[in-house]
Every structure is written in structure tokens, then in C-alpha cells.
Design a protein around this ligand. Structure first.
Ligand SMILES: *[C@@H]1O[C@H](CO)[C@@H](O)[C@H](O)[C@H]1NC(C)=O
Ligand SMILES: *[C@@H]1O[C@H](CO)[C@@H](O)[C@H](O)[C@H]1NC(C)=O
Ligand SMILES: CC(=O)N[C@H]1CO[C@H](CO)[C@@H](O)[C@@H]1O
Length: 347
């Protein structure tokens, strides 16, 4: 089975590759043995000199540098950078068109007017429109809670019975929303939480931001719903307000939007470090430790598809080419992104 797979992989590689000189002919995948010991030792020695541990301005896991690494990085950048910049240019163009479209349609005066931003707009950069329900059901609590589950849910936890509660919720209000007190939901294993409190301390732009904590619960019908959001602002922790669906609609919406910024920030930057860097660190070590014909590296080479383009792309496009300003839809700076992303990796 194993050798059949190797032959198939090799056949594919041979077909895809341009004519190879005799010394570059693909070797069958094999673990180290007496026959390949010497050529492999030489190969690995060459790779260890050409793939060094470096750093990247964005930080996170070690970033490769050296003669061989730079060549691969350049090739991967050549594949990735053009489509990213092409899309970036289209977004800039379509943003201007959407602004004109909103003005032509009479501007914003109610919340529902935000749908105008998407009417016949973003045809190339967002052809299927925003997420289902974003325009029609944006204020529905189920849209909000499903966003927690369907995007990057790693900051959502069930509050275990042995875990302390993050913050209290008025018992009468909790009962009027859920039929239970917070403690009862907790005891029944129906209570969930998100804790982004660390974000209150980040270097902010002029936009408003906070570090939020939230509770979610499973109701009697089995729906996963938000119960309360605590909005914590640096220096005013003691007077942090707890919002619930029983507050005025706009206040509750404000609380949901505030934690949305936390979760979006987490998806953007946490995914770089927790997903990409966590895979890139062992990959770089594997490149430096194994022959290209080692079956394990063969698998890693297929899994890690052009990884060395990810951080440069983030640096150039998400951070918008500037080391000083982050994407404008977050209330925190690009420096805050780098610091946060590196801390979350350590944690
Ligand atoms: C590899 O690229 C990095 C970053 O551009 C550069 O600092 C380094 O000198 C290069 N190394 C070699 C050996 O070309
Ligand atoms: C919007 O909410 C309604 C009422 O609950 C539901 O029937 C519909 O499926 C929702 N639409 C989307 C796109 O989720
Ligand atoms: C490099 C890059 O794409 N920079 C852009 C960042 O965003 C500003 C404002 O939208 C543009 O003017 C820059 O061209």
C-alpha cells in the first residue's frame, strides 16, 4: 500500500515537473537506511545551512531565512502576492463605488439603511454577499450566537461546574430571559462563556473598543443564545456594565457589536499564530531535520501549502502595508495585533 502510494506520488511529481537532470531525479520515499545514509546526511547538512531560524516583523513562530529558504519564500510570494494585491485593488475600487451607491440611495438614517451598502455592490470582491441572515436578521440573537459557533469558536467554552463564574448576572433578569438563575444554568451544564477581557488593555486607535466577557446558554428548545455581555473599559473596570437582551434594543446591539470586534480580532490574528505558526514551527524543524524523500516530510510538504507567504501577506494586506496602523475596522493598532498575536501563541 505504502509503496503504491509512493509510486503514485512520484508519478504525479514526475509528470508535473520539467525535465530533470540525472542527479535531480526524484528518489522513492524511504526512511533512513544504509543505502541512503550518506547522500541524506549531505542533503540534510545542506538544508541546515540553507534553512536557518530567523524572525519576521510580525513575530510569532521562527520564520525561515538563508539561501535555500529565501528562494522558496520568493517562489511562494510570487504565487500568492499577485492575487492578494489584485483583490486588494478591487476592494479599494468597490469600496468607493459602495460609498457612492449609499449616497445616491439617500445615505444612512436608520439601521436598516446599512443594507444599502450591499445592494448591487461588491460584485467581484464579495459576489455572494455577506453571511446569510446578516442583512435580514442582523439583530436576531440567534444570528449573533451562530456567528460565535460558525466562524472561529475557540474562545467559547462551556463553564464547567468546577469553574468560577466570570461575573454575576441579576437573578431576576437571568430568570426572565432563561427561566433559570445563572447558578442553575451553570449547575445544569448549560452555561457557556467567552472572555476577551485582555483586549481592554490593548493600544487603541481613536475608535471605541473594550474587552468583553459574555455568557451564552442552551434554552429549553435547544437554541444556543446569548445571555449577557460585560463591556470592560480600561481604567473603568469597577463600573463595567453588564448588558442583556432585556436592555433597550440599541444598547444590547451595541454590546453585541463590541464583543464582535473582540471575536473578529481573535479570528484574524489568533488564526495566524494559533493555526499557521503552530504548524510552521514544526514544519521548519522538519525541513531542517529530514530528507525531502523522507515519507513524513513528503506528507508535511503536501499539508503545508505555500506557508511562507502567509505572514508576509498579512503584513502587507491585512495590516494594509503599514507598520503603524491596523485594519480600520478594529479599534486597536497594528502594534497591538503583533503583541496580542505573539502573546496568544505563548499562552
Ligand atoms: C534572506 O532574506 C532575508 C530577508 O530579506 C535577508 O535579511 C537575508 O540576508 C537573506 N539571506 C540570504 C542568505 O540571502
Ligand atoms: C431569519 O429569521 C427567520 C425567522 O426566524 C428565519 O426563518 C430565517 O431562516 C432567517 N434567515 C436566515 C438567512 O438565516
Ligand atoms: C499598501 C496599501 O494597500 N495601502 C492602502 C491602505 O489603505 C489606505 C486607505 O484605505 C489606502 O489609501 C492605501 O493605498
Amino acid at each position: 500500500m505504502k509503496s503504491t502510494a509512493s509510486v503514485l506520488l512520484l508519478a504525479g511529481a514526475a509528470r508535473a515537473a520539467p525535465a530533470l537532470s540525472a542527479d535531480k531525479l526524484p528518489q522513492p520515499f524511504a526512511t533512513p537506511n544504509l543505502l541512503n545514509l550518506i547522500p541524506r546526511t549531505l542533503e540534510i547538512e545542506e538544508k541546515r545551512q540553507g534553512w536557518l531560524y530567523g524572525t519576521f516583523p510580525f513575530g510569532a513562530a521562527p520564520y525561515p531565512t538563508g539561501v535555500l529558504a529565501n528562494k522558496t519564500i520568493e517562489e511562494q510570494r510570487a504565487i500568492w502576492a499577485p492575487p492578494v494585491f489584485e483583490l486588494g485593488a478591487i476592494i479599494v475600487k468597490e469600496t468607493a463605488l459602495a460609498e457612492e451607491g449609499v449616497i445616491a440611495a439617500g445615505g444612512f438614517s436608520t439601521l436598516d439603511d446599512y443594507a444599502k451598502v450591499y445592494t448591487n455592490q461588491w460584485t467581484t470582491s464579495l459576489p455572494s454577499g455577506p453571511l446569510p441572515g446578516m442583512l435580514t436578521n442582523s439583530t436576531d440573537d440567534r444570528t449573533f450566537s451562530m456567528m460565535r459557533l460558525s466562524s472561529v469558536p475557540y474562545r467559547l467554552f462551556r463553564v464547567k461546574q468546577t469553574d468560577p463564574l466570570l461575573f454575576p448576572v441579576d437573578e431576576e433578569i437571568a430568570r426572565s430571559i432563561t427561566g433559570n438563575s445563572l447558578e442553575e444554568l451553570h449547575a445544569q451544564g448549560r452555561l457557556f462563556s467567552e472572555d476577551f477581557a485582555e483586549m481592554k488593555d490593548q493600544e487603541a486607535t481613536t475608535a471605541y473598543g473594550a474587552g468583553c466577557q459574555a455568557y451564552f446558554y442552551i434554552d429549553n428548545a435547544g437554541d444556543f443564545l446569548p445571555l449577557a455581555i460585560k463591556v470592560i473599559v480600561k481604567g473603568r473596570e469597577d463600573s463595567a456594565l453588564v448588558y442583556t437582551p432585556k436592555d433597550l434594543n440599541d444598547e444590547w446591539l451595541f454590546a453585541k457589536m463590541t464583543i464582535n470586534a473582540n471575536d473578529g480580532w481573535h479570528s484574524t490574528w489568533g488564526h495566524t499564530t494559533m493555526s499557521h505558526s503552530a504548524a510552521e514551527a514544526p514544519y521548519l524543524a522538519a525541513i531542517r531535520s529530514m530528507s525531502e524523500n523522507h515519507p513524513v516530510l513528503g506528507v508535511l510538504n503536501r499539508v503545508e501549502n505555500t506557508p511562507w507567504s502567509v505572514r508576509p501577506n498579512l503584513q502587507d494586506s491585512l495590516v494594509n502595508g503599514s507598520l503603524d496602523t491596523g485594519p480600520k475596522y478594529y479599534p486597536w493598532t497594528a502594534d497591538a495585533a503583533r503583541i496580542w498575536a505573539n502573546q496568544i501563541l505563548v499562552n
